[in-house]
Design a protein around this ligand. Sequence first.
Ligand SMILES: Cc1cc2nc3c(=O)[nH]c(=O)nc-3n(C[C@H](O)[C@H](O)[C@H](O)COP(=O)(O)OP(=O)(O)OC[C@H]3O[C@@H](n4cnc5c(N)ncnc54)[C@H](O)[C@@H]3O)c2cc1C
Length: 378
Amino acid sequence: MEPYTDEMHEIFREQFRRFCIKEIAPLVDEAERTQTFPRHLFPLMGRMGYLCVRYPEELGGAGVDKITEVILREELSRVCQGIASSWSGHSHLATYPIYRLGTEEQIQKYLVPAIKGDKIGSFALTEPDAGSDTKSLRAVAIKQDNGYLLRGAKTFITNAPIADFFVVAAYIDKSLGYHGIGLFLVDAKTPGLTVHKMDKEGIRSSDTGEVSFDDCLVGTDALLGGKEGNFNLLMETLSEGRVGVAANMVGVAQAAYEAALRYAKERHQFGQPIGKFQAISHLLANMVTQIRAARLMVFAAARLIDQGKPCILEASTCKLFASEVAVQAARDAIQIHGGYGIMSEFPVFRYLRDALVYTIGEGTSEIQRNIIAKQIGL
Ligand SMILES: Cc1cc2nc3c(=O)[nH]c(=O)nc-3n(C[C@H](O)[C@H](O)[C@H](O)COP(=O)(O)OP(=O)(O)OC[C@H]3O[C@@H](n4cnc5c(N)ncnc54)[C@H](O)[C@@H]3O)c2cc1C
């Protein structure tokens, strides 16, 4: 048993691993090839209690701790990071703000069906000219007598092509600086809202899109929590999300390691398994060491969240470390596979493409270093 986990956590890991092998692994090749998320997984996972797992049972959630959620993320990413990304965009980014600050009506309209997998959520913050620099958003919500007019464009938005609703960040009042940013819950069918699906090289089994808001009229009830000024919640959502993303990257690294270990035992050159060459065995020894360290960092940060303690430093350090460990593990797994590492027949190149996404997505490695530097007083 790993430190930080108990028997129930390990039972959950085994059960969920079996679910992933039975229900998800057979879908991965097709989903990657067509760049399409297998949509039926949302209601299926919702029925099994595997979506939005942290929210309380009275809302239909599983009410589990953060440690259980990071175990789920690791196992899901071990099978397919693209599918795990869509899960994360829905189960955390698009629903956490509603859980934290939504009105009763918003919770019933969006969160409860999202937990069941009946509605798919998408979190729309990034814009063509505002990525790392979140505060430079251009999207605006112009006050009307009967609501707000949303105007702007978002890009790289996970789940956008399949979403039923969006959580959208836009300036309500620029004179208040970033405290003038509000979050809006917007139905995908709102007139003026259009989505354009994007082609990509990583996490291909997750749908990603650009979203335009061309004077979309939304009611006052679309404002999250009925309160203008949600920047702090936005930051909280991203910070907690980083611990989750780090767990995803442990899963990708673990998958790369397992594939490489298997191959190193099976592949013979010069009359012996290649794993007997020190050059190869040391790569694998390094991988297992780095993965264990990354997993412990994730568990330690998850434990802080479970204890209700701040974890900005821990979230950024584990996101930075785990994503870079996953990239290195995937690169080494390709090297160990030789020419087969480049072939689509083996999954290791996919692991590299998927890991690279997360040295960028949800805060680049450079931004994590900036946050860490600030946390240590620089
Ligand atoms: C597949 C995918 C899915 C995504 N899903 C979503 C989603 O669902 N919702 C959403 O809102 N966003 C999403 N994103 C957006 C993602 O969060 C951004 O791509 C990320 O925050 C970086 O922004 P950017 O791409 O505009 O890069 P930029 O901010 O333009 O950065 C470019 C480069 O400059 C560096 N840089 C920028 N500022 C600094 C600085 N101050 N110090 C040092 N270096 C700096 C960066 O680290 C990077 O190397 C997704 C992205 C991808 C690739």
